[in-house]
Structure formats: C-alpha cells, structure tokens
Design a protein around this ligand. Structure first.
Ligand code: ATP
Ligand code: MG
Length: 583
C-alpha cells in the first residue's frame, strides 16, 4: 500500500476520515491488538490486496452502541488498509429475522458514515453450504441424527466427562444422503432430524462434540421464502461465508473464542490451497453503563412497551441515539476512544455523553429557551415597544453568523434563576440584585408578586437602557456577576420538550442473579414539558440540533409537525464525565 496516496472519498464526513487516516507505520504505537495481528500477517506473507473484512449482523433487531464498536473496528480496518469491507447479514434463523431489520441496519451503518463494499447475505450461500454438507456426508464426516434434542443434550457429556456416541452416528453414507435430501425436500417435521458433523464426542471442547450443522425449520425466510426448510447453523455458516467472500480477518466477540476450533475444522473441510483461508480473531464485547446491549433484551423493552420503539431516544440503539440528536461523529469518536479490548468491562455512559457534548458544542447553533418559566415585567420599558437584538449563533464557530431576537417589556426567565433572598454565591437574580440578560440589558429585580400559596407569579424589574450588549457604551461593558437566558413572552414559541434520564437506575441492570433487568427500569426516564423558545426556531427542521443556552443540547424530534415543534434533550451541558475524571 502506498502510504502517501490520497485519502479516498467516502462521501460522508471527509474531515473525520482524513483525521483517522495516516500513512502506515507512522502511528504504530496507536495500533490496536487486531491491527497488530494484521501487521504481523502482512510481514509474514499476506499482501495488502489479501485484506478483506466484514461486519456480520444478524437481522433480528436494530443495531446498538455495542455494534457501533464492531462497525468502527471493521470499517476502521478497511480505511486504514484501504481494504474492502462487506456488510453481511447472518440470516440463518427465519424465525427471528425480518426485512425491517435489514433496512434499519443498512440505514444505521450508512448514517455512521461507512460504506460497505458489497452487501451479502448468508442466505446467498445456502445452496453452496448444502452442497458442501453433502460432500461431508460422502466423506463420512457428517450424519443425520434422529434423536430428540433432549437425548442429544444428555449424550453431550460435561466439560469433565466425555460424551456418548449417538446410536445414529454410524448410519451408512447412502442412508445419510437420502435422509438429508429428505430433510431438504420437506419430508420431515421440525425437531425430528438434524445433520451433525462427525468430529469427536470426547473432545475437551464441548462445541466439537458432533455439532449440529442443519435443522429442519418450516419457516418462510425473508429472502429465500419457502425455498428451504432446512437452515444451516451459525458455526457451519459463518466460516464458510467468510471463505466464500475471501474475508481475511473475521472478527467477532470473545464468546466465540471456543468456537474458533470448530470454525477451523469446518474450513479444513472445504479450503483450497490456492485460496485465502480466513482467520477468526476475538475482541471483547463493549458494555455501556445504565443500559443493556443485547438485541434480544432491547426487543423485550419494545415488545413490553417500556419504550416507544426501537428508535425511542432512550434506547442505546443507533436509531435511538440518532433520534435523540447524537451525531455520527460523536459515536465514532467514542468508539475510537474506548478502542477495542481483550477483556470485557463496563464503559460509563457519561463518556459517550462527553463526546456528544464535545461535538455539538462545535456545530449546534445557540438559541434561548425557557423550560420552567416565571414572568418578568420590566416596568420602565415602554409598553408595546419591541426591539430586535443581535446575538451570536455559535461562539465556537465564526462562520455561524448572528441572529435577531426580540426583546419586550414582558419576558420569561427560569424559575430557578430567581430568589427573593440569597447569599453572595447566588449569581442569578435576587431582589435588589442585578443580572445581565444574555445579548440584551442589565436588569434589577425590584419586587415580586405571589399567589395565595406563596408561589412567585411575577417579578418586577427595571432595566438600564444604556447597558445594551454590544452597544459599546460604558454601561454595556459594565460587568455583573450573572448572565441569564430569557425569552420575550409575546414572541415565544411554545414547544413540547422531552427530557430524558437514564433508562435504568442500575449501572449494569442485566448482571443481577436474583433480578430481571426490567426490574431496574427508571420510572422517570421521560419527562414531557412545555418550553418557550425564541422565535428563530420556528423554521427548525426534524433532526436540527441546537443548544438551548445554559441548559443543554436539544434536537427536533420526528413527532414535530406544522402545528407543534417537539424537542428532545440530547444531553445536558454539565460535564459529569469530566467531573468523574477529576475526582
Ligand atoms: P446481540 O446479542 O445484541 O444480538 P450479537 O453479537 O448476537 O449481539 P450480531 O448481529 O450477531 O449481534 O453482531 C454483529 C457483530 O457485532 C458481531 O461481530 C458481534 O460480535 C458484534 N457485536 C455485537 N454486540 C457487540 C458489543 N456489545 N460490543 C462489540 N461488538 C459487538
Ligand atoms: Mg446474535
């Protein structure tokens, strides 16, 4: 590979890709252990053209943050070595797989900013796998077992005791061929026969004790319809699919480590010397705190109505995070920061939030919105008057420009930004005290009005007309301790605002022996309120991301329509992760 060649055009996120690309050898210390394996192979005879990777999801649910790690790993290798990466759907279980999931997975991988070389399906290889299975039978390496799964389980033995041979283990080749064909032709009920590899019932690796290769399933498949009523098992399918696609490095999570021996055994049966032999290598599954990363468990949350769907903004799914306002860059940066590991551990979700905040700070335009309003009347501001003040859209981005915000006699500020009395550390508004209204004037609280329950319903203030921000007067430069966000009442846009909290109250909800993960669902994970926003948001489009100043990052939810804007709180401004780091 030419280390100085141009950065390829990936269409999306060129700067991010450019940052990640560096000539080989220059960043050797930053290689992860999988990259070290690849480098070693390159030294030992692989050419760069031999390299090929794949991301192999089963279309039985939506992708989650754990998958993002695997996607970034595989596609990251593709970028580093300019090697093709296939998107391969591991679709061998029609009972659980659906086209909806295929579509969602493709959307999510693309949204993350990656392009696959070719889209493949394990089901594309059903005929080839069948033909190879017939070959194995002919070589006396596979047989049809007609026992129940319970009987087979008993014979399997234990890790310390060898298994027992099935009474069908020595069926004649002719009979095996005939029965296997019968299975394929639909002559048998589900559960009556399976095809097993004839390996070693005494192997110390339980997975080598005559693993099942095929089972009968009279189910319609989302791609092959009713063409097949036998379906290959994962182990039989995965390595052979890698081989067909000539994947050089087949990366999977650690639970497949004991499967590697079987992966290799199955490959031994079919590999030609002139073709590349794929390698399975394992890395640790990524777990995120306060959530679950398992499609099965996430499906349970959807089915039980704990959340409103796979893309509920509280879900750790890619689609949920997208809807919540996370950016692909922040998810990729997060995945790159945590890297890959050889051992499982729990990553705190606040690290992910840190990356979200960091990116949104650069790109989100600032607006003012008040979520818990209390009315302020500026008594010396002429009634009926209004002026449009200029405010920066993003202090982090000079090109973002400015916008105009209306100011008038009646405004909202946050209820928690006012106290009748407070000590000197309270830099917000108190009776007799002054604050600056962001991009506007300095105001002073003179008095307040309460309802019969003692709740403050209005604050009367005066303003200093010469203190207008940016006007250059001495008064405009006068420093006061606090700056508050606000919104002019008559111009404010009322919007639905959805505030999210952790979906689970426990850090690792699915690791408790005595409790189900669903028991830890946070009953207060969603709070819906009305917010009052400056009028510049009126044209906001679904997916737009903004910072509500002093509050956090928000994005326009897909439930918005012409009548009503709905915002999701993506993440608050407070950096809890940095706090944890500094402890
Ligand atoms: P789930 O239990 O959520 O269904 P899975 O591993 O069965 O996960 P697949 O669709 O088979 O899901 O996974 C596709 C790829 O993503 C596999 O290579 C798998 O190892 C990887 N992967 C899945 N979950 C994680 C995770 N939490 N961290 C890292 N990689 C993961
Ligand atoms: Mg799976």
């Amino acid at each position: 590979m030419d280390g100085n060649s141009k950065v390829p055009d990936y269409g999306i996120l060129p700067t991010f890709v450019a940052l990640k690309m560096y000539p080989m050898g220059e960043a050797a210390e930053s290689l992860n252990f999988i990259e070290h394996i690849v480098e070693e192979d390159l030294k030992n005879g692989y050419s760069n053209a031999d390299l090929r990777f794949r991301f192999p999801p089963e279309p039985n649910g939506y992708l989650h943050i754990g998958h993002a790690s695997s996607i970034c790993l595989n596609f990251g290798l593709g970028e580093r070595y300019r090697a093709p990466v296939n998107l391969r759907f591991d679709d061998t279980n029609p009972a659980k797989e659906e086209q909806e999931y295929v579509d969602a997975i493709k959307r999510d991988v693309e949204w993350l900013g990656f392009k696959w070389n070719t889209e493949r399906y394990a089901s594309d290889y059903f005929q080839q796998l069948y033909d190879w299975a017939v070959l194995l039978i002919k070589e006396g390496k596979a047989y049809v077992d007609s026992q129940s799964s319970e009987e087979m389980a008993v014979q399997k033995g234990t890790p310390t005791e060898p298994g027992i041979d099935s009474p069908y283990r020595n069926r004649s080749i002719a009979e095996n061929l005939e029965m296997f064909q019968g299975m394929k032709e639909g002559k048998y009920e589900e559960g009556t026969h399976v095809l097993r590899a004839k390996i070693d019932m005494a192997s110390s690796n339980m997975l080598m004790r005559d693993p099942i290769m095929y089972r009968v399933l009279h189910k319609e498949h989302h791609r092959t319809n009713t063409d097949w009523c036998i379906y290959p098992m994962y182990d039989w399918t995965h390595g052979e699919s890698d081989y067909i696609e000539q994947v050089s490095h087949s990366l999977c999570t650690l639970e497949f480590l004991p499967h590697r021996e079987l992966y290799d055994w199955f490959l031994d049966q079919v590999v030609n010397a002139d073709k590349l032999r794929p390698k399975q290598r394992e890395f640790a599954r990524r777990n995120l705190s306060h959530t679950v990363v398992s499609k099965r468990k996430l499906l349970q949350l959807v089915e039980q109505g704990v959340v409103k769907g796979w893309d509920d903004p509280r879900m750790p799914t890619i689609s949920g995070m997208r809807r919540r306002g996370y950016t692909p860059e922040s998810i990729r940066n997060f995945a790159d920061t945590i890297g890959i590991a050889k051992r499982e551990n729990l990553i705190d979700v606040s690290l992910l939030e840190f990356h979200v905040r960091e990116h949104l700070n650069k790109i989100a335009r600032r607006v003012m919105g008040v979520l818990n309003p209390v009315k302020v009347v500026i008594t010396n501001y002429p009634e009926g008057d209004e002026e449009w003040l200029e405010s920066e859209n993003n202090p982090e981005d000079e090109t973002a420009g400015t916008r105009k915000i209306p100011f008038s006699r009646e405004i909202y500020i946050e209820r928690q930004d006012f106290r009748e009395e407070a000590n000197r550390k309270f830099f917000r508004l108190k009776l007799g005290g002054e604050v600056r209204l962001k991009s506007a004037y300095i105001i002073k609280a003179e008095s307040c009005t309460k309802d019969t329950d003692g709740n403050i319903i209005e604050i009367q203030c005066t303003y200093d007309p010469k203190s207008k921000s940016g006007s250059g007067t001495e008064e405009s430069l006068r420093k006061v301790k606090g700056t508050l966000h606000w919104v002019s009442i008559k111009d404010a846009i009322a919007a639905e605002v959805r505030l999210y909290d952790r979906l689970f109250t426990d850090e690792s909800p699915d690791t408790h022996k005595d409790k189900d993960f669903v028991d830890f669902v946070n009953p207060d994970s969603l709070q819906v309120i009305t917010g009052y926003l400056e009028p510049s948001v009126k044209d906001a489009q679904i997916g737009d991301r903004v910072q509500f100043q002093r509050l956090g990052y928000f994005c326009v939810d897909s439930d918005s329509n012409n009548e009503k804007l709905v915002f999701n709180r993506t993440v608050g401004l407070r950096d809890t992760w940095a706090k944890l780091q500094n402890k």
